[in-house]
Design a protein around this ligand. Structure first.
Ligand code: P71
Length: 459
């Protein structure tokens, strides 16, 4: 069936959005005006937008058709029933609390589970997860395997939890201080890297041993399943559906952002198996999101998500998706541009410490490269480095993260490989003149989440 000689996207394009090309001079002026922060740039002025894969997917004809059937009833919407049934069928969870996006599910989960001073382990917490835990006066602890920090190791499951780190945390802090264990699949902060079924199973065993609930941050669950199928012995012959079912069966629930692997532009949910927890969550949901049969979504949003959750399990789709990310990554590797290896599921991450070794972290090399890429070809990427990491609350100094990265996140079903080729060519040109690139300094630094609203100046 999959004849490698005739590989191409398993869909065709029916509707297009024109892209505008701008001149380098125009982009230079624009950057000056907005303080060299790409978050301030209008999408009209971006040629290829790789800021995020979140909420940027192109929906299918079936998703658009389903939206017309959206039931906008306040209570008991049939669109919610469809979503609920799909989640039960695909993931096997008993209860679903619909939310407007992933972080809202995090808010509800942590409201009902965290007490002040608790510790919550995760392979690597995503920013919003960490922020919501901190907001509830908990401690977000990363317990990812050490190989995750070695950007050149080809280890296939860098999203794995280090089981010793996990056990030591539980033993060290005491089981009563650990309200839940989390695992982010795929591990976004570590480069879109998957966790293996074996590791997931072992985390389940530890959860059982200490009687601690185990939850996924399941944003990119289908991409994780695809990697398990391709990389883990014993799963070659299983369908994505079977792998997802098994993965989820080891957990007690999940937070989910429909903006990633549900191929939707908005939406999310909190799924759980425990009825008492569900009732607690339902009470908060009514306060923060809306009634339990729509949460933060309209009926049509729930329809789009329900359809997307089924479509994402199609192995042909997943192959097209992951191979496109791989295509970009391989083009960069061929030019010896340093990236996180293996190539991730939803993004290519440039290892900026190796790309711009002469710019110290205090001079924001990731930001410098993001600016350079926009200048070069109108491509928007996002810094995941010193700017994002912020300052140490005690010393007030810039935190120097182990990984200084530039993320090129690929929206699902949106760009062609010709677009990826442009991205690769632009980066190759920049790499040739990398010695000439200068660092940046803050001219305005917001007190929190500084990356969104900061303003910079070249040094
Ligand atoms: C991404 C995003 C979206 C984003 C969020 C914050 C700043 C910039 C971009 C969102 C995630 C995620 C994981 C693993 C939870 C959320 C929150 N990722 N967990 O990667 O990747 O979901 O955006 O629907 O609230 O660009 P939400």
């Amino acid at each position: 069936m999959n004849n490698d000689n005739y590989r191409a996207e398993y869909y065709k394009i029916k509707m297009i959005e024109p892209l505008k090309k701008t001149t380098r001079e125009y982009r230079e002026n624009l950057l000056k005006k907005v303080g060299y922060n790409l978050f301030y740039i209008d999408s009209e002025d971006v040629f290829i937008d790789l800021l995020t894969d979140s909420g940027t997917s192109a929906m299918s004809n079936s998703q658009w058709a389903a939206m017309m059937a959206g039931d906008e009833a306040y209570a008991g919407s049939s669109s919610f029933r469809r979503l609920e049934n799909v989640v039960k069928k695909v993931m096997g969870y008993k209860y679903i609390l619909p939310t407007h996006q992933g972080r809202a599910a995090e808010n509800i989960l942590f409201l009902i589970m965290i007490n002040e001073g608790d510790y919550i382990p995760n392979n690597m917490h995503f920013d919003t997860t960490k922020a919501h835990i901190t907001h509830k006066k908990g401690n977000a602890i990363d317990v990812v395997c050490d190989k995750a920090f070695n950007t050149t190791s080809e280890y296939p499951f860098k999203g794995n939890i280090d089981l010793d780190k996990l056990k030591n945390l539980i033993e060290g802090k005491g089981r009563d201080k650990i309200p839940l264990i989390m695992m982010t699949i795929t591990c976004n902060s570590g480069g879109g890297q998957p966790a293996s079924m074996e590791n997931i199973k072992k985390v389940r065993e530890i959860a059982n041993e200490y009687h601690v609930p185990f939850f996924f941050d399941a944003c990119r669950f289908a991409e994780n399943a695809y990697f398990i199928k391709k990389r883990e012995t014993g799963y070659e012959g299983k369908s994505i559906k079977e792998i997802v079912w098994e993965m989820m069966s080891y957990s007690d629930g999940c937070t989910f952002s429909g903006k990633k692997d549900a191929l939707s532009n908005i939406g999310g949910f909190l799924a759980l198996n425990d009825e008492k927890l569900y009732m607690k969550g339902a009470n908060w949901l009514v306060l923060f999101e809306g009634f339990i049969t729509y949460g933060g979504m309209s009926g049509r949003d729930m329809e789009a998500m329900a359809k997307g959750l089924e479509e994402v399990l199609d192995e042909n789709y997943l192959e097209t998706r992951i191979k496109q990310v791989e295509y970009l990554g391989k083009r960069l590797l061929e030019a010896e541009i340093p990236i996180i290896q293996p190539i991730g599921g939803h993004a290519v991450y440039i290892d900026v410490k190796r790309f711009l070794p002469n710019i110290p972290q205090d001079e924001l090399p990731g930001q410098a490269l993001a600016v350079e890429l926009y200048l070069e070809a109108g491509i928007r990427s996002v810094e995941i480095g010193t700017v994002l990491a912020g300052r140490d609350p005690i010393t007030g100094k810039n935190i120097h993260p182990k990984l200084e990265l530039l993320r090129l996140a690929i929206p699902r079903r949106v760009y062609t490989n010709a677009h990826m080729g442009v991205v690769a060519d632009a980066l190759i040109n920049i790499y040739k003149r990398r010695e000439k690139i200068r660092g940046f300094k803050f001219v305005y630094e917001p007190p929190r989440l500084r990356h969104f609203l900061a303003k910079f100046q070249p040094i």
